[in-house]
Design a protein around this ligand. Structure first.
Ligand SMILES: [Zn+2]
Length: 415
């Protein structure tokens, strides 16, 4: 169970086991007969998987159900505290390590400052150290940990765990998984921060049970995760969702990717700071000037949000403009994919809340076609600052077969 099986039979068994486990999570307490019916497996297969899961402590007996004519059936329910996973979310300025049970309830959390300019080996050492600290605090023995997930703002080769490029960390070609393997003897998986956020919100946050959604991560950069038909869509090379580098203003400023007027270049934290500084230098009246003691070059997105919350008109106009740009980018996706939900997460919406979401929703409604606009709900992320570390832990659970790849029961049968 700890590693992905290599043989086909083992793989089938693992998929069936994850499916049975997911049904018990969603529908438990539930009888074996009902499990076999909902999973569409034979009774013999379903029964033996339940026995195996009970033996592992993942499933426990929870009483006797009503009789459907014959003997009263034993009912089974999920035991989320049998195992745990650890997730680490690495950013340019901080690092969060979270140990969670199998329902993503945090058992321990560590937050460390991080200075973006350390090299790969030192970064790996800090990740491993934080993970081990969190594991120690959680009290979970190593053999009860299904794996470590690490979320990084980067282009990643997920097969090899190679960080191809992480601009904010100044990393290129860092073999992060290999480096971590030298220090931690549990399965290790590296994923992009926007995918981690999407996994967290889809399984445990605002997107629970929603089958078609986009989850945006707006902060130092802009990325997104795409869920179609309940499955994460990663694209041919695993890099789908780069909404930050779609064009929203052809005549806009040059982006680090080489194009002009990319969404990220207009709405990410550095862009907000840049617009504020430019406006202040041109004489805009605003409390931001005093809040940084006149040192305009030090203005950050957080100063703009703080001022906007205190009814500073200049700061509010920057957030309204930012919300509109985001709305333009999202309207394109809404028209293109017809999602049920768009989750807007990351540090900027977390700070700004409705000051950003209101103009954003207006722009989406104004620019989307009638049918998809009527359908789509635009919500903030639900899991707060540790969302990506929880998502990274959940990713480790998925890879180990403790969480189904599709976060809902894959059947319409009635219980
Ligand atoms: Zn770009």
């Amino acid at each position: 169970m700890r590693k992905i099986a290599t043989g086909d039979m083992q793989l089938v068994r693992q998929i069936n086991r994850a499916a049975i486990l997911q049904i018990i999570r969603e529908k438990g307490p539930i009888s074996r007969v009902m499990l076999a019916r909902l999973s569409k497996l034979t009774s013999a297969t379903a029964f033996s998987i339940v026995e195996e899961l009970t033996g592992m402590g993942l499933v426990k007996e929870s009483g006797i159900g009503a009789s459907a004519g014959g003997r009263k059936p034993m009912l089974f329910e999920f035991n989320p505290s049998a195992f745990a996973a650890v997730g680490v979310d690495l950013r340019a300025n901080r690092l969060i390590a979270t140990v969670t049970d199998l329902e993503a309830q945090p058992l321990a959390k560590i937050v460390h400052p991080y200075h973006g300019q350390v090299d790969g080996p030192e970064g790996a050492r800090l990740i491993s150290q934080a993970a081990q600290e969190a594991i120690h605090i959680s009290g979970m023995p190593l053999d009860k940990l299904v794996g470590l997930g690490v979320s990084v703002p980067a282009l990643i080769d997920s097969n090899s765990g190679l960080v191809v490029q992480a601009v904010n960390l100044s990393w290129e070609q860092v073999p992060l998984r290999e480096l971590l393997r030298e220090q931690l003897d549990i399965p290790i998986h590296i994923i992009d921060v926007s995918i981690a956020l999407t996994v967290a919100e889809t399984y445990f946050g605002s997107g629970r049970g929603v089958q078609n959604l986009i989850c945006l991560n707006v902060g130092e950069g802009v990325g997104s995760g795409i869920v179609i038909g309940g499955q994460l869509y990663l694209g041919a090379d695993g890099v789908a969702g780069e909404i930050g580098h779609t064009t929203v203003d052809e005549d806009g400023p040059r982006c680090r990717c080489g194009n002009y007027g990319c969404l990220e270049r207009l709405v990410a934290n550095p862009a907000i700071a840049e617009r504020a500084i430019k406006g202040l230098k041109q004489g805009a009246i605003s409390s931001i000037r005093d809040s940084v003691g006149g040192k305009l070059e030090e203005v950050g997105a957080q100063d703009v949000v703080k001022a906007a919350k205190l009814a500073d008109g200049f700061a509010q106009s920057i957030l309204i403009e930012t919300g509109r740009y985001l709305g333009v980018g999202i309207a394109n996706v809404v028209n293109f994919l017809n999602p049920e939900m768009v989750i807007v997460g990351g540090s900027l919406p977390q700070m700004a809340g409705e000051l950003l979401l209101e103009p954003l929703r207006e722009a989406v409604q104004y620019r989307s076609l009638t049918i998809p606009a009527r359908r789509v709900r635009i919500l903030p992320a639900d899991l707060g600052i540790e969302a990506s570390s929880i998502g990274a832990a959940a990713w480790a659970m998925i890879q180990a077969g403790f969480l189904a790849e599709q976060p809902w029961v894959p059947t319409e049968a009635k219980v």
